[in-house]
Design a protein around this ligand. Structure first.
Ligand code: NDP
Ligand code: ZN
Length: 356
């Protein structure tokens, strides 16, 4: 890894230069390795649907060049003098955040994604106020510098290719299942059976729930049934579907009718939303539905804090709960995006960055 004269770290990655572009090789530099920072050589980077929303400016105007990637797994190759959590040679993971204020109530509760001072720094497309306001660049690259506090410990015997998607898809589904207290006997529905959805199914089953899937076609029905899913629905008609759920989690990235899922909840059941469709096609629930379909709770969930992410990592490795992955080369990112937005993808594409 090349350190520049000013201490900054030379990096190579893949960027989109505008919202209609294709990915192109991109050279840049990262801030220097500070006292409490680590430098990670990235081995694998998962492709999350959030990468697509951002790269295509579907969630508001993105800053270009945009190097997405917040499912990062690799090897520590340098550490700052004050680092205690990692040493050179360790494996580490980085998810959706790289910093926050550390002082507010949310940060003290390790809910850094909700930093009350608005200082959550996301892994890409975020203004890094702790480093002169420069734009952050994500994991479709050969290295990353991150505060040790925001890096997740990964044991050396872990399968890194499978570990990468845990850093977002894993924690984003683990967190609402925990928030809703899912346990033995719960009925859980997972809407959207892609990268996040399959993790939600696996965790819910491990926690002892009976799980059903809501998808938009039958393409992955077989995979769902093989995992142990009870029912696989391609509609949400409460007149036809007889079971009622304690919890339904939506991972849907496109427009859909959220209130239809409220009809499928038990009294006191919960609808946890993590899927975040494009702003210009955003679903909503009307006040009328909240009132007439009352006795149910609707909440949103954003990834999970660092403490819970480490807990999710340890839980996943202990029980060998891994994503379904397909390894691709950096030259195949555009093709993967196309498949992920046209119903042709299975679950998680993971970019092999080891040759970069
Ligand atoms: P994927 O593309 O991997 O999976 C999405 C799945 O939803 C696909 O299987 C797709 O079907 C399915 N789907 C699409 N439309 C519908 C529909 N109307 N009804 C049922 N299923 C549908 O995406 P990810 O799992 O990576 O991400 C999902 C969403 O979650 C994205 O919006 C992403 O931005 C968001 N997200 C949110 C986070 C948070 O913290 N809240 C963190 C990470 C992601 P098909 O197989 O046919 O394509
Ligand atoms: Zn993500």
């Amino acid at each position: 890894m090349r350190i520049l004269e000013n201490g900054r770290v030379a990096s190579k990655g893949y960027a989109m230069l505008d919202k209609n572009a294709k990915f192109t090789p991109f050279e840049f530099s990262r801030h220097s390795v500070g006292e409490r920072d680590i430098l990670i050589k990235i081995h694998f980077a998962g492709i999350c649907h959030s990468d697509i929303h951002t790269a295509r400016s579907e969630w508001g105007e993105t800053t270009y060049p945009c190097v997405p990637g917040h499912e990062i797994a690799g090897e520590v190759i340098a550490v700052g003098a004050g680092v205690s959590k990692f040493k050179v040679g360790d494996y580490a993971g980085v998810g959706c955040m790289v910093n926050s204020c550390g002082e507010c109530e949310a940060c003290k509760l390790s809910q850094e994604q909700f930093c009350q001072k608005g200082k959550t720094i996301f892994t890409y497309n975020s203004k890094d106020i702790f480093h002169g306001g420069e734009n952050t660049y994500g994991g479709y690259s050969n290295n990353i510098v991150v505060s040790e506090k925001f890096a997740i410990c990964v044991p050396k015997n872990a399968p890194l290719e499978k570990v990468a998607p845990l850093l977002c898809a894993g924690i984003t589904t683990y967190s609402p299942l925990k928030f809703s207290g899912v346990k033995e006997g719960f009925k859980v529905g997972i809407a959207g059976f892609g990268g996040l959805g399959v993790m939600g199914v696996k965790y819910a089953l491990k926690l002892g729930a009976k799980v059903s899937v809501f998808a938009r076609n039958e393409n992955k029905k077989q995979e769902a049934l093989e995992l142990g899913v009870s029912n696989f629905y391609t509609h949400t008609d409460a007149n036809i579907i007889k079971e009622r759920f304690d919890l339904i989690i939506s991972t849907i990235p496109t427009f859909y009718e959220p209130s239809a899922y409220l009809d499928l909840l038990k009294f006191g059941g919960e609808f946890g939303i993590v899927g975040l469709p494009p702003h210009e096609n955003m679903p909503s629930i009307s006040v009328k539905d909240f009132v007439y379909k009352a006795g149910k709770r609707v909440y949103g969930s954003l990834i999970g804090g660092i403490k819970e992410t480490q807990e999710m990592m340890d839980f996943s490795l202990k029980h060998a709960i891994y994503p379904e992955t397909e390894l691709i080369k950096p030259s195949q990112i555009d093709e993967a995006y196309e498949k992920l937005t046209s119903g042709k993808a299975k679950f998680r594409y993971v970019i092999d960055m080891r040759g970069e």
